[in-house]
Design a protein around this ligand. Structure first.
Ligand code: GLN
Length: 217
């Protein structure tokens, strides 16, 4: 993993440095690379005690090391990352972030470094056995402003989707019977299912996506 993090980081540094972004950032922010993330997304970003950990955190640290910068991590709501990067508040957004056409209007994306899959979590024995079984009468939970939210709102209408600040809160609502399913990225889905008895991830994907780092245009 260490080696592949280094290779991906190098590729991202090369992609990002072609636009000269970090040369100017280095001057303005005294060699601090400010990364915005949402540390509720294991294994990409999470808190390990007081420290930040995860694939994106390691990647950002490797990028900062290669650039000779100090990494500062800001843990913010997922929906605040794109606007914050766009306005220059943060130098880079890394949060298992899916490249979308709408987000591309606000920020630039690096080359993609991982595939993300939107999956459906249900209770074992659920009548929902594939994404095609979800209807407007299903109680659907998502993490606010994520692609799970965007897809489900498009497919079933805004009013049929319940939005939570954290994926873990949506999963807790599923466990307590307030939801029929949660649509979320596959890696955190695996962690949530492992942490809660009686849940499973459906075999059929809801959507397949690419993750990339976001930076100002
Ligand atoms: N990949 C999803 C998105 O970009 C979710 C990311 C997240 O919750 N950190 O919207």
């Amino acid at each position: 993993m260490k080696k592949s993090i280094c290779c991906i980081a190098l590729a991202l540094v090369m992609a990002l440095s072609t636009v000269g972004l970090f040369t100017s950032c280095a001057k303005e922010k005294e060699k601090t690379l400010v990364m915005a993330t949402n540390a509720n997304f294991p294994p990409y970003e999470y808190k390990d005690g007081a420290a930040f950990a995860g694939i994106d955190v390691e990647l950002a640290q490797a990028i900062a090391d290669k650039l000779g910068m100090k990494l500062e991590i800001q843990d913010v709501e997922f929906g605040a990352i794109v606007a914050g990067v766009e306005s220059g508040k943060y130098d880079i957004g890394m949060a298992g972030m899916t490249v979308t056409e709408d987000r591309k209007k606000q920020v630039s994306f690096s080359t993609t470094y991982a595939t993300g899959v939107q999956v459906v979590i249900v209770k074992e024995g659920s009548a929902i056995q594939s994404p095609a079984d979800i209807t407007t009468s299903s109680k659907i939970g998502v993490q606010q402003d994520t692609t799970g939210d965007i897809h489900c709102s498009d497919d079933f209408g805004d009013d049929h989707v319940q939005r939570f600040n954290k994926g873990a809160d949506a999963v807790a609502a599923l466990v307590s019977g307030k939801l029929d399913c949660v649509v979320i990225d596959n890696e955190p889905a695996k962690s949530f299912v492992a942490a809660n008895e009686g849940l499973k991830v459906l075999d059929t994907a809801y959507a397949v996506e690419d993750y990339a780092a976001a930076f100002a245009k």
